[in-house]
Design a protein around this ligand. Structure first.
Ligand code: G6P
Length: 610
């Protein structure tokens, strides 16, 4: 979704700072970009549809030095992604510039009255009304006051940054529903939609809450509410490093992140497994053993890949702890009237911690009196802050739009949760210790699977021209089939369907012919014999079978066209292993089809609008 960055300070290199920040925001997904700088008391601005490289090209012969400016990557919601609709947007006299992430819901009504008052609009965006409103209330001396007045009349979500020629060193930012982080440097300040954009310059940040603003000039800043009440700010230290958001020799972020998984899975477990007692300790949950024992039902909420992780959580927790679990799309849950009886514990899973539907669902659950926890990656994100407690997955920054390492870390922490809850109920000490042993083996097992990368690349070579794929799995491997199909769709634009293998007979079997690749996740688990039956059904119709199975299971070599082996583990942990070859398969197919792997068309890393 849209990315915003702004800078004020003593450096004269604002253009460089903003362009570098925009590049760090590219991963969020965008279709146009723009910049506005105040230099020698006048505005220098440029914007364009397409990539940041194109914006840079347009700026090549312009002087973009200066010490105040804002920039934006736009993911179109209102109005097509063209030059006029790109941000920044300006007031009638082009003296005020504004960038915005979010949606102004009452923009049509406001636009009508602004038009009647003589304001001329250039774009079709909802955003433009904001800057005209600011113009209306601005006396040329107190930009924050005009911003406050404007924000009082708008309905919707925003993360904004505003500058004006009349106050050529002042940066004003505000937040409601869209993330805004303020970076504190040496007499210089940054405002951005996420820390990746400013990490090169500072690790000291403040996260604005909804309805809060920041006003910064070189050497001084203050935070307040949009109602102009002073807000005591809390400076936090980011523990991510710059090299964590760079490619480190890999061709794409996605590949780097796939290969980081041995380490990220290890990090998700670090300090949380206790051999002696066969238990898992999840301190962040902040619940006593007594309270954990009182849980009668769990509801898991998420979107996209995080929803798939939730489905796996359902298998793991029900199987291990015998607690009923329901998994819901956050976008559906938020508009239902969900029943939240006593003893219900809600988990909102979100890598970014900013997905607007997941956040709204979490709020809905809380408002119904449920105890609501977050399972997030980004520390300090909105969902992490609004949850009563939760579990961080510690996967480090995930830049590739298609989630990989965050997914395996999410399911790793869910397996720890299953173990923690299970040991208070059905699971014996010996079983708990066996689970811990299997969990501890996972990172090395993932390293071993990654050695099959070349083999998987060769399989991709054979199938990358196909336009339809079917993914099948049973039990805990059904969500893995969904996730494998989603990875392929997201980054290769190939139609792929994930299905429970037994359901194939009720529809998808009609699609199978000698041109249909079918990826079947068939480790030697409790469902194995059943899925062999499904493999035969595909084979009888001449479908091309790519099977994922456990090492030593040579039986499938005769039946399938290709077999990719994963090490043996406990049944409920197979998904953590079996998804890795599917990530690699999708990656290689996308590269061979010439797709933009890290920033697939139309997608956004973090969906901050409904
Ligand atoms: C977007 C991303 C997906 C992600 C989903 C949920 O659609 O492209 O990769 O799974 O949002 O994101 P979250 O940050 O809430 O896990």
């Amino acid at each position: 979704m849209c990315g915003i960055i702004g800078y004020t300070g003593r450096s004269r290199k604002v253009g460089e700072i903003l362009l570098e920040g925009l590049k760090r925001l590219e991963y969020r997904g965008y279709d146009s970009a723009g910049i506005a700088i105040i230099r020698d008391n006048s505005m220098v601005t440029e914007k364009t549809p397409g990539k940041i490289a194109k914006l840079e090209e347009r700026l090549k012969d312009m002087d973009i030095s200066g010490s105040l400016g804002i920039a934006h990557t736009r993911w179109a919601t209102h109005g097509e992604p063209n030059r006029i609709n790109a941000h920044p947007h300006y007031d009638s006299k082009m003296r005020i510039a504004l960038v915005h992430n979010g949606i102004i819901e009452n923009y049509q009504t406001l636009k009508k009255s602004l038009l009647a008052e003589g304001h001329e609009f250039r774009s079709e965006t909802d955003t433009e009304i904001l800057v005209h409103l600011i113009e209306k209330f601005y006396n040329g001396k107190n930009l924050e006051d005009a911003v406050q007045k404007a924000l009082k009349v708008v309905e919707g979500t925003y993360g904004i940054i505003v500058i004006s020629e009349s106050e050529p060193d002042k940066l004003v930012g505000a937040r409601n529903g869209s993330p805004v982080v303020v970076g504190i440097g040496d007499d210089e300040y940054f405002i951005a939609s996420d820390v990746a954009a400013i990490l090169k310059h500072t690790k000291q940040v403040i996260y604005l809450e909804d309805q809060q603003m920041v006003v910064a000039t070189p050497g001084h800043f203050m935070t307040m509410t949009v109602e102009n009440e002073y807000v005591e700010h809390k400076i936090q230290e980011i523990d991510w490093d710059l090299d964590m958001i760079e490619k480190g020799g890999f061709e794409h972020f996605m590949l780097k992140e796939i290969f980081e998984q041995p380490e990220t899975i290890r990090n998700a477990m670090r300090g949380r497994l206790i051999n002696d007692t066969g238990k898992a300790k999840l301190g962040g949950l902040d619940l006593t053993d007594e309270q954990l024992r009182e849980i009668r039902r769990i509801v898991i909420l998420g979107c996209g890949t995080s929803w798939h992780a939730g489905l796996l959580g359902e298998y793991m927790i029900e199987e291990t702890a015998r607690i009923p679990v329901e998994v819901e799309y956050a976008s559906e849950f938020r508009y239902r009237n969900p029943i939240m009886e006593d003893g219900t514990l809600v988990f909102a899973i979100s890598q970014s911690g900013e997905t607007v539907d997941t956040l709204a669902a979490l709020r809905e659950a809380k408002s119904k009196g449920a105890q609501a926890m977050g399972i997030c990656n980004v520390v300090g994100s909105t969902i992490a802050r609004e949850s009563e407690a939760g579990i961080y997955i510690h996967a480090g920054p995930e830049i590739g739009v298609a989630s990989t390492k965050a997914f395996t870390s999410q399911i790793t922490v869910l397996s720890l949760l299953a173990l923690a809850l299970g040991r208070m109920r059905d699971i014996s000490l010996a079983e708990g210790q066996q689970m811990i042993k299997a969990l501890r083996a996972l990172p090395d097992q993932v390293t071993h699977i990654l050695e099959s990368d070349e083999k998987i690349r060769v399989i991709a070579e054979e199938y990358h021209h196909h336009n339809n794929f079917l993914y099948l799995g049973r039990g805990a491997n059904y969500p893995v089939a969904l996730e494998g199909a989603l990875k392929l769709k997201e980054i290769s634009y190939v139609h792929a369907e994930g299905y429970p293998a037994a359901e194939m007979k009720h529809g998808p079997i009609a699609l199978i012919d000698d041109n249909m690749p079918v990826v079947i996740i068939a480790p030697r688990d409790a469902a194995y014999q059943k899925i062999v039956g499904n493999i035969n059904e595909v084979k009888a119709r001449k479908g091309k079978i790519i099977a994922i199975t456990s090492e030593g299971n040579d039986e499938l070599i005769k039946m399938a066209d290709h077999v990719i082996f994963v090490p043996k583990t406990l049944d409920f942990l197979y998904p953590i292993l079996s998804v890795i070859p599917l990530q690699l398969l999708a990656y290689h197919i996308a590269v061979m089809r010439g797709c933009h792997v890290d920033q697939p068309r139309n997608l956004a890393k973090s969906v901050t609008v409904e």
